[in-house]
Write a protein that binds this ligand. Sequence first.
Ligand code: PMP
Length: 368
Amino acid sequence: MSEFWNSRIKKLSPYVPGEQPKDRQIIKLNTNENPYPPSPKVIEAIKNAAGERLRLYPDPECATFREAAAARYGVKPQQVFAGNGSDEILAFAFGAFFESGEKAAQILFPDITYSFYPVYANLWDIPYRTIALAEDFSINIADYKIPLGGGGTCGGVIFPNPNAPTGVAVTLDDILSLAEFLEKQEKVLIVDEAYIAFSGAPNAKSAVRSINNHPNLLTVHTLSKSASLAGLRFGFAIGNEKLIEGLCRVRDSFNSYTLDFLALTGAAAAVSDTAYYDEITNRVIATRDRTAGALRNLGFTVLPSSANFLFVKPPRISGAELFAALRRRGILVRHFNKDRIADYLRVSIGTDEHMDKVLEACREIMSN
Ligand code: PMP
């Protein structure tokens, strides 16, 4: 605390990201990074871009990237927004589409979800209400349909699909029915598709293909997970042109150039190389499903995952104990000390070799 901070900054409780240990020997399965390298075409594009051109500002319109993403997803470039990580886009989206102040209607998101959402809501002074996940940790879409009239209305809805840290996905039909419901109330639905690539046959559950039918539906994407580019800091959103224009208004009131030339060049190459990325995504999915089966055989509760991580509860010992025992064996996973999930750990999917080490460690810990 400092007397020089204004009252708004004093009230913030910022998000705390997963640890980035200096020790390279650690098997790092705590921030859902991809264990495989980025596409060689991305590296080559960035190397070629690292030259005299850096003298100039990057393109504030991000045209090359937006065209590449539009071609990849079958949308128009004006329906694509690029940001410095999807975190930045989420921050802009809260500012652009949800109302602030005591009198504003509450926005809704799950009680167990990406813990950055309440941070953005507080930053922008947006009132919110959390909706409990069902007993099996799934999102019950009916709970988000608050009718107009006596029961009031909500200020908008956001959740990840698949959800994090549970990995549990919602069906596309459910998402579209909620988008339709909210459209009648002139409210926005943001679907954070950070992990959608891991949900099966190319983005089977993605809502991207439905944005032309739902002007209030914004889908948010990241290159940090499936494109193996967490270090590049690049995210993008796809939605109706007017939503994208809203995001641009917020961005251009902060910083006209949130993305540098190297990132823009690398990102355009990444969204264009579907062959490479489909292959590593399928590898991660196969490793995930094999690991889930092996952990269930050890007596773990393993939630059905559509993401590149597993949310697991060990038999007999607590989540905190297992976290500490894995850490002592050089394996770093994520533990959230929160109601309902304190006995669970989120384990990112690494290579087959990494996951064999995890399984071996779990067997040993459980037999003690
Ligand atoms: N959404 C969800 C659900 C996430 O788990 C993450 C990663 N922490 C993000 C968004 C942000 O990803 P990035 O800023 O790296 O694009």
